[in-house]
Design a binder for this molecule. Structure first.
Ligand SMILES: [Zn+2]
Length: 248
């Protein structure tokens, strides 16, 4: 089992920015490979626990209004042509109110993001996450649902309404349906929607974990699969990290 305890990130204050820039430029001039660049990058996230902490810290800055909004200098932009070393992948909804990098206050090259309505697992999205595991050495996969998700609302509609949608959209809704079929009776509409969205996050995380590459990467400790619920009104993300939180 991967270590679920969050540990402190290494202190980045001792990385000399000028030395870093010099090394990057030198690497570019000699035609460095992606692996070489990964070695040079001042890597602060090297485990699932550190990846979780980086997302928690970033979201805290976001809802506090203290985002760093990382921009790149000219040399850093040039270095990025050579390759990418994101520390986490996020499977999020396409909803325009959930811009993933902003919500976690992450910059260029930090997150590998799949966005599809209802943050459902489909073949292309799964292949994208497999690529991130095998070729980008990510440390985390987060399934991120959100308040007021239209795709989850659609899955709660009666069958006679669902069959009116075009075929591909129906197929997408069908991927959400299993997670909302046995919702407990909750009167409050907002609370009921929140429960449906979180159940869908749990369901998609379970679907991901049933896949060989993802299960293997989790078993080896390379990654951890976690869930999240983004509250549009406040900007805060609730994290579902423990097994118990993700249980369907
Ligand atoms: Zn949505």
């Amino acid at each position: 089992m991967p270590d679920r305890r969050a540990s402190r990130l290494p202190d980045t204050a001792d990385i000399d920015p000028q030395e870093f820039q010099r090394k990057l430029l030198y690497a570019i001039h000699r035609g460095a490979s992606m692996a070489d660049i990964a070695d040079i990058k001042p890597e602060t996230v090297q485990s699932p626990a550190q990846a979780i902490e980086a997302l928690i810290d970033g979201n805290t800055r976001f809802f506090d209004g203290t985002s760093k909004r990382s921009e790149l200098g000219a040399n850093e932009r040039r270095a990025q042509i050579i390759g990418q070393t994101p520390f986490a992948a996020v499977l999020a909804c396409s909803d325009s109110r959930v811009p993933v990098e902003l919500v976690f206050d992450q910059g260029f090259g930090d997150l590998f993001v799949v966005r599809v309505a209802g943050n459902v697992v489909g073949e292309s999205g799964l292949g994208t996450l497999e690529y991130a595991i095998r070729h980008l050495n990510i440390h985390l996969i987060m399934v991120l649902g959100h308040e007021g998700c239209g795709a989850v609302s659609a899955a709660l509609c009666p069958e006679e309404e669902i069959i009116l949608h075009p075929p591909a959209l129906q197929a997408l809704i069908r991927r959400i349906q299993p997670s909302v079929q046995n919702l407990p009776p909750i009167r409050d509409k907002k609370a009921r929607m929140r429960e449906a969205v979180i159940n869908n996050v749990r369901h998609q995380a379970t679907v991901l974990r049933a896949q060989e590459v993802i299960r293997g990467a989790e078993d080896s400790g390379q990654i951890q699969v976690i869930g999240g619920f983004y509250e549009i009104g406040s900007g805060a993300v609730d994290f579902f990290i423990d097994e118990e939180d993700l249980k369907e």
